[in-house]
Each structure stands twice: as C-alpha cells, then as structure tokens.
Write a protein that binds this ligand. Sequence first.
Ligand code: HEC
Length: 370
Amino acid sequence: MKLRSACAYLILASCAHAPRAAGPTLDLVAEAPIAGHFDDVADRGSATALVGEGAIVTHEDITQTLEHTRFTAVAQVPAPDGLGSWTVAVDHEGKLLRVRDRGVLEDVRARFGLADAKLSGACALDAEHGAFFEQDELVVVGGGTARRFAIGRGAARACGGGKLAITVAEQVLRYDARKDSWRTFSLRAEALALDAQGTLWASRGKALYRATADELVLELELGSRVTSLVASGTRLWIGEGTQLGWLEGARYAHARDLALEATTRFAAGRDGKLWVLFRDRARRVDAPAVAAESDASWSALVAPVVARSCGNCHRPGGRGGFDLRAESAWRSHLGAIVERVLDDRDMPPANAPLAEDDRAAVKRWLDAQR
Ligand code: HEC
C-alpha cells in the first residue's frame, strides 16, 4: 500500500493523521535572580555563572553581579597548575577572564600560555581537559600540556565526555583528548552535542544522527528543523522548531508548556537539567520522569524504533514495499505488525535484528491499541 498523504513522510508530524502527543510539563527548578540576556552558563558543583550582557555568579544563596561589557562564553576548566578547576569567561574582546569569588575578574590568558590571544570560545571536555578557540585555532589544555590544532573556522561546536567536536564544511571533526586522536565523519551538520559518555550527536534539518565507531547513523527524524542540541546527564535536549524536546534512552518527548523563540539559547545544567536562555530571562528546567514514563504515544514509543530499525526498508522506494514511517501507516497495518513483529518475530528480518528493548517498546504501544 502506498500512502499519499504528506503526513506519511513525517515521523513526528503534527498533522491530522499523526497527531503530536501532548507533552509533559517541564519543572522549573531555578530562575536567574536577575533579568537579562545570557548566552552561556557554567553550572557545576554549587556555583553557577551566567554570562551575556554582564554576568552573574550565584554560589548557594549568594548572588554576585559582575559589571563588565559583554561575555560570549563561560566554562569550568582545569586550573593551569592542575589543582582544581577555574570558571573562566571569554569577553567580546577575546580576553579570558577568571571569575573569582567576590566577583573579581582577572585576565588569565598568560596562565594558559595564551598571552595576547583573541579567543572566541571556551569549553570543558571533562574534569581534566578544557579547550579554547582562537580565530582559526583550537587549544586543548589538560594534564599540564597545551595542544594546538589548526582547524579553520568551525560553525557548530560541542564538548563533553573527554571529547570535542566541530563542524568544518561538509564534515564533523571529533577530537578525543584522552587518546589524542581525531576522527572525521561526513555530514554537513548544523548542530552538535557530546554526551557524558563521549557519544557524538549531530543534526541536519529534521534528522538526528548518532555516531557509531565509524559513521553517523540516523537515530530519529523529527517534525521540525533541529535548531540546537545539548547533552546533559542521560538526556539529549533538542530545540525543535519552536518546541523543546528531549531524548532519554529510546524515548522522545516534547515539553507542552514552552515556546522557543529564534533568539533562545541553551546551556547544560547540572544533573541532566537544561538552562533555557530567553531574551530577557534565564531558567533552569528539568524533565519530569513520571511524565516520560506515562507517555505511551506513538511518537515516544515507536517513532525512535522506526528510525532505527524499520525506516531503512519501509520507506518510499525501500525494500519493505510500503512506508511505515507514520503513525497512520502503523494503524492501517496493525494486524500484520502484531503478527510479524510480536508473534512470528521474523520482522525485521534476521539480518537486521531488533533490540529487545525496542521490541518491548513496540509491544507496549501495540498492546495499548488492542
Ligand atoms: C531489511 C529490510 C527490512 C526491515 C529493516 C524491516 N522490514 Fe518489514 N519487510 C521487509 C520486506 C522485504 C517485507 C516483505 C516480505 C515479507 O513479508 O517478509 C516486509 C514485510 C513486513 C510486514 C508484512 C506486511 C504484510 O502486509 O504482510 C510487516 C508488518 C513489516 N514488514 C513490519 C516491519 C517493522 C515493524 C519493521 C521494524 C520494526 C520492519 N518491518 C523492518 C523488509 C524489512
């Protein structure tokens, strides 16, 4: 059977045939004590530093406002002497300033061997490695050494899990600081994230990819263009059009109560939380675990499985003969799916095995339909 409706070609489409599940409500766990526009956050331990037009540092109950022109990035990086970590911010002139207690700012470029460098960014790869971006160069510090790489002007960047990734033209370059090695993936990616395990995520248009040992494989096709990716704890937060979604395990859910604007930015918060940086306020949000548990919608349970295990064959022109990438298609093939996937277990075919967790997720959804 051929599906002609446009909805059939969208997995998480918000159209009549594949209604988008009403998502759970996010928990607002913190709000910046001062209104303003922030671009980045370093949120680890008990202190949080928010920077943008001005900066604030909150340490437990104490909030300090740092009067300075403008900052573009902030990160907690290993101290140059190897003892502990420093919170450092990059300002609009490219200086690297250590944010100290009592709101004192100190230019620390020379301490990292970067005297006179004009920086455009900073990030933490893990507790032992930090990275600074110069015009066309990348400097990775840690373990008492600084390694320099000429990388050109990358657009999207991500750091985490001991790795760093950057897009350069049609490729994603990934650096592993623990192995001091580079790997190249071919994709003209628009957004990148690296989670705590060092798994690389990339997006292009509506497609979300996850890196395996040697390639980026399609993980999920979303309903709108992916604007940003942030890994935090066990979650991958996804700015999807005007919506905020998150992938946790094989589950994808949307927040019901949040509308993103074109200027909204994101930064990882501690323990899987996310900082949502609006034009005039900054909020730290958390995904409610119970809501994700009770989200038994097709988008949450089945769509990720389709992207991983069915969509390659069951798409227009694919070997499977019919398109299975929309909820409406699943509904019209319900009986055959139950028979082949649950009863006979011969679909997907043996050469493309289905993970048991995925079969269980499909079963949960199918059970709820019967
Ligand atoms: C490697 C390619 C491949 C993958 C992956 C695959 N299929 Fe299939 N599927 C086929 C082919 C080829 C057929 C037709 C031959 C047959 O029935 O065995 C088919 C047939 C089916 C049928 C039978 C349709 C009918 O009307 O009898 C169902 C149902 C089905 N697939 C569901 C799925 C589901 C659900 C997944 C993912 C969990 C999946 N398939 C993954 C190739 C694939």
